[in-house]
Structures are given as structure tokens and as C-alpha cells.
Design a protein around this ligand. Sequence first.
Ligand code: SF4
Length: 267
Amino acid sequence: MKIGETTCKSIINSSGIEGVDYAVNPYIGCAHACTYCYAKFMTRWYHKGEKWGTFVDVKKNARDCLLKEVEKRRRGVILFSSVTDAYQPAEKKYGLTRSLLEVLVDHDFPVEILTKSSLVTRDMDILSRFDEVEVGLTVTAFDERVRRAFEPGASPIEERLDALKLFSDTGIPTYAFLGPLLPYVSEAGFEDLLNRLAESVGRVLVDRLNIKAGNWRNIEATLEKHYPEMLGEFKAASKELSAYYDSLRGKVRRMLDDRSIPHDILF
Ligand code: SF4
């Protein structure tokens, strides 16, 4: 992993993501190296020609930028993060996300976290000081084999579920982002996963896999290595018009309704 330092001109960016106003991305790149990552398009501008998941740049002046910008921006929900993971391994050393949260809590900005790392539990003390906060963990499958194949740098699934339970037990609102659900491979143990989430999240968001931002080549290579027998079916199911996802939508909705888990299915 190549870790470098960089500077940014601004750190609060307007966001088109539903339910949030802004996104803060403390890092460029992401060591979680998910094979389906939609943020891979960032290599058009940064680290051209390098493989996504092999570099991380730390925005070392992010806190100074934020201190200026919070005075000018209208109050709104800030998502950590949209094109990186704010709790990837570099955060353990640099504490950049933590330093930004310290500024935001003092300025009373609402915050929404979405991460695949149990490192987020380190910041429980700050997160519990926000008046408006929600902590989300992404979980694409209950099967650790899927995690190792598709999200090699992210926290093990059990750690993510434990993190959600910890926040929930502390009274901090939580959610799980179940996405992208990967054709067939995410289905193993899916009901057991929902049973666990029923005890620890206020809501779940569910999304399908989209083939975009040049992610297919990586996905294909992962399938060839770990699930060669599923390559054909997986590819067919991933098409934009997909009978597989049409059917999955109804199945997932029923499972969530059976457990009375509030949800939004985004496909
Ligand atoms: S954690 Fe998110 S940003 Fe990081 S590689 Fe995975 S999908 Fe991309």
C-alpha cells in the first residue's frame, strides 16, 4: 500500500446522495480495495494508471479547510464518506476523520457515517456527543469467504456486526447498508444476517450491484479466482435489466417485513 500526503482546496462537498447534503472524504483512494468499488473512477484524476486499492493520499490540511468552511456552509447532514472509507487502516495512524468530527460536533453539524471498518468504534466518545448522528456499516454478505474475495482490506463481517451492536447498545442510531448485494454469493446465510441486524439497527438500505466505473474487470477476475463456477450466472444477473434482481427484490422485502426491520430497497 502506497501512502502519501496531499492538500485539498476544500473538504465539504455538496452531495447528490439522497438524505445527505454534503460529503467529506478525508482520503483519496481506499485500502479496503473492494473489487466492485464505484469510486474507482477517481483514478481518472488521481494516480492515473495505478490500481484502485493500492494507494491512499492523506489530505493533511483537511482540518484547516473544515474550520474555515463550517463558518460559511449552511447547516446540513454530512456523510463520511462517498468516494473513500473514512475509517480505512490509515485512519488509525493519522486520526484525520477523528479530527474532523471534533470540529463538526463543536459546530453542531449532523453527521452520517458509512464504513466497512470496525475502527469507527474508536470514535464512540465523539459520535455520542452529536445531537444528530447515524452510524452505518456496510455488509454485503454474511459469508466471510465473500468478504475475503470481494472486500479484502475491510473488517471481517463479525467485527462490523459487533460494531453496530455496540453503537446500538449505547443508544446511537445505527443502520446497515446491504449493498451491493452480489448475485448468488450474497445469498448464503442472508436470513441469519438479518436476524442479527434486527437486534442492532434502526433501518437497513438495500442495493444491487451495478456494473460501472470500470469495475467489471476486477469483479470478473475475482470470480475467476474464487467462484469460477458462478461466473456465467453472475454476469447475466448483473445486467441492467435483470430477472435475478427483480426476483431478489421481492424476496428481500418479505424477509425484512417478517422481521419488522424498517427498510429502503434502492433497486
Ligand atoms: S470501502 Fe468503499 S470506497 Fe473503499 S474500496 Fe470499498 S467500496 Fe470503495
